[in-house]
Design a protein around this ligand. Structure first.
Ligand SMILES: [Zn+2]
Length: 432
């Protein structure tokens, strides 16, 4: 008993140490300038206060490509701290010399080729940490208060993941309380290249389309209809409305359509970015419902790290299955079955090949068929056994219990399923 008591005390103390007294950066201000900066470049001035607590150093993620992302780094060192920037590991480490609490100010130029190649061709540039571009120093999966100032030339407009105040046509400001430190995203778009429309459906929705590439009226109306219907459906299923004060979500999705290629659809909290060409020409826009679904299930709420077993089943497959559940609810069983059948055909093409990997092996988003086809397919097989309503209820419970919690693991989902359906353990073991 004594040993168990001691162990418990140690675990509690460790938990307090890790969470209650963890070192942190506060008073965080980020000044971002696009003035006289070429495409995919920013000048950044960043200041914060470090509290080392009981430790001697604080490590933050910082930088992207190790040869060119950070230039002209200027951090006036004084007797209060030393620092070490490690481009290869994309980290900056601050070392304590005397005081526990020290102010830091740093200035640098940042080159982000992901922003350019993925979205580019010059008309939109999207800045996000998701492709390992830590364009400002941060401690991932912790919350910060952030003061953000953005300055752009008059030819650009800024769209941000969080509400920003427009100070003038070239200056923006925002104060954020307790946001996920790595979750700041924004887009710069060339004003004259975009057509901006505003709808009330009944809530305000902004849509930015590339001039000359806009969709037709039927497609535009489909976007309004599907957005409204899916937002209502997901709000009800998850018991958590789209707008959320605790998650700092204060407006309905802004859609930004760009001419980027490749893996281009993104949910960026305040705005959804996707390919203009696909939006205007593809047979359906169901992938945009998937992006809306990421408001609830995805990288900003389910904090499972890349590299963790099953990371992309948690971050993507669950949301794709719930997208299908919305389509089933909205259009009916027939459409749903035809989509599931397509997913099954896709999966059959790689079945029993080396690409047919178990979900736990997918630790990066590098196997589309397993993540986006086999994942929902297997969830469909499970739903056939336990009931569709039951499975969506359990996924909803998983969201409510785990949103914003770090760390999260694939095994947390399996545990919840086993606990909820103890007589189906063999089924989950076989498929998941
Ligand atoms: Zn996704």
């Amino acid at each position: 008993m004594k040993i168990i008591y001691k162990l418990c005390c140690i675990i509690i103390l460790l938990a307090i140490y890790n969470h209650g007294f963890a070192q942190k950066a506060t008073d965080y201000t980020l000044d971002i300038s696009k003035i006289n900066q070429s495409e995919a470049n920013l000048h950044i001035v960043c200041s914060f206060t470090i509290d080392f607590q009981a430790r001697d150093s604080l490590s933050m993620r910082f930088g992207g490509n190790n040869t060119f992302s950070i230039d002209n780094l200027d951090i006036p060192e004084d007797s209060l701290f030393k620092y070490q920037y490690n481009p290869a590991s994309q980290t900056i480490v601050f070392h304590k010399t005397k005081n526990k609490v020290v102010p830091v100010k740093m200035a640098y130029d940042y080159t982000n080729l992901s922003a350019f190649f993925i979205y580019g061709e010059g008309r939109a540039e999207i800045w996000e940490t998701s492709f390992n571009e830590y364009y400002y120093p941060c401690i991932p999966n912790t919350c910060i208060d952030l003061h953000l100032n953005i300055e752009v030339p008059a030819s650009l407009e800024t769209i941000c993941s969080y509400p920003i105040e427009t100070i003038s046509s070239t200056q923006y400001h925002c104060d954020l309380n307790r946001v996920l430190s790595q979750s700041l995203n924004f887009a710069f778009i060339q004003k004259n290249a975009y057509i901006h429309t505003i709808e009330e459906i009944p809530y305000r929705m902004d849509i930015y389309q590339i001039s000359g590439m806009q969709c037709n009226k039927a497609r535009y109306d489909e976007l309004l209809e599907l957005t409204q219907a899916s937002v209502s459906y997901f709000s009800e299923i998850y018991g958590d409305s789209y707008l959320s004060a605790p998650r700092r979500i204060s407006s309905y999705p802004i859609f930004l359509f760009h001419d980027g290629k490749g893996f281009s659809n993104r949910y960026n909290i305040g705005f959804i970015s996707a390919s203009q060409e696909k939006f205007s020409t593809y047979p359906n826009i169901y992938p945009l419902v998937h992006e809306i679904g990421h408001r609830w299930l995805g990288e900003w709420t389910l904090l499972i790290d890349d590299g963790e077993p099953g990371a992309y089943f948690i971050k993507e497959s669950l949301n794709e299955f719930m997208t299908l559940m919305f389509l089933r609810h909205y259009y009916g069983e027939k459409l749903y079955r035809s989509l599931i059948e397509k997913y099954a055909q896709e999966y059959l093409q790689i079945k029993d090949t080396p690409q047919d990997e178990p979900f736990i092996n997918i630790v990066e988003n590098n196997n589309n068929i397993i993540v986006y086809n086999k994942g929902p397919l297997v969830l469909d097989w499970i739903a056939q056994e336990i009931g569709y309503e039951n499975l969506t209820k359990t996924i909803s419970q998983f969201y409510r219990e785990n949103a914003g919690k770090y760390p999260l693991r694939y095994s947390d989902l399996i545990k919840l399923l086993n606990k909820t359906y103890p007589d189906k353990k063999a089924l989950f073991e076989k498929y998941l």
